[in-house]
Design a protein around this ligand. Structure first.
Ligand SMILES: Nc1ncnc2c1ncn2[C@@H]1O[C@H](COP(=O)(O)OP(=O)(O)OP(=O)(O)O)[C@@H](O)[C@H]1O
Ligand SMILES: [Mg+2]
Length: 249
């Protein structure tokens, strides 16, 4: 089982869109996939046409519920969901009352190892205690990065922070997202920030087709197969597979 997290200190950068599309494509390729919507906003849950929950998040995070029993199916074969709870807004408090907060999410996910090939944690923005627990639980952090100066700065902050954590072994996999090559800043940053900075080659273009996920409430491939946006997410999945071995069939 590989655990990926879509994570960024910054909000509104494409974390949830990435989590939903990659999980769908992984399941389509034959992997058993699970998305855990850790964001109280519940956007991934919304995209999968599932109702989020209000309370109960604290008990889940503290390991007082059987996680397997909370998993629901989606409209897509091989793709399951742990829905968002609005009470995840207090996740830091819930974690803080556990014995080892940083190790808690990893502990919760361990029993799912035989059930799934790929688990994607869709994270809220920020770099709180909950993020620490995500870093500890994940094999890789997928970091959607808009090609702007401030986004690169946030990525550098994240990298420095993780480098200092000797017990965190997650790999940071940044990639450019919402790329609009008509903008000179996007062109410049994409050209000059290449693989030497650890960036994946795949770029997710700025695309109204991706925005339409909110209208269709579905992954891009289901309503816009073969478009540049769809192809970009497919390429991203394959590149992630190459880097961390998802073992796509
Ligand atoms: N490549 C893209 N091109 C155009 N719009 C995009 C793209 N990726 C995401 N969006 C849109 O931008 C908004 C934010 O995307 P998304 O919800 O994936 O970001 P997020 O990082 O998960 O946000 P949050 O921090 O609030 O959780 C959404 O309206 C989404 O449809
Ligand atoms: Mg999100």
């Amino acid at each position: 089982m590989k655990v990926l997290a879509t994570h960024n200190i910054k909000g509104g950068v494409g974390k949830t869109s990435t989590a939903v599309n990659l999980a769908y494509l992984a399941a389509r390729s034959g992997l058993r996939a699970l998305v855990w919507d850790l964001d109280p906003q519940g956007a991934a849950t919304f995209y999968f046409r599932v109702r989020p929950k209000k309370g109960g998040g604290r008990r889940i995070i503290q390991g007082k519920e059987n996680l397997q029993r909370l998993i629901v199916g989606t409209d897509f074969e091989g793709l399951d969901l742990l829905r968002a709870h609005f009470s995840y807004r207090n996740m830091d408090l819930a974690l803080d009352r556990t014995k080892h907060p940083a190790a808690q999410l990893r502990r919760l996910l361990a029993p799912l190892a035989d059930d799934y090939d790929c688990i994607i944690l869709d994270c809220p923005p920020g770099i709180s205690l909950a993020a620490e627990s995500v870093f500890f639980a994940s094999h890789a952090l997928l970091v959607p990065t808009i090609p702007t100066t401030l986004s690169l700065r946030a990525l550098a902050q994240l990298s420095r922070h993780i480098e200092k954590r000797s017990r965190v072994h997650t790999r940071i996999l940044p990639f450019f997202c919402m790329v609009d090559l008509r903008k000179s800043m996007h062109r410049h940053i994409c050209e000059h920030t290449n693989r030497s900075h650890g960036f994946l080659e795949t770029r997710i273009p700025y695309s109204s087709i991706i925005e339409q996920m909110g209208v269709y409430r579905a992954p891009v491939s289901t309503y816009a197969s073969g478009t540049p946006a769809d192809r970009a997410y497919r390429a991203l999945l394959h590149e992630v597979d190459e880097r961390i071995g998802l073992q796509l069939p």
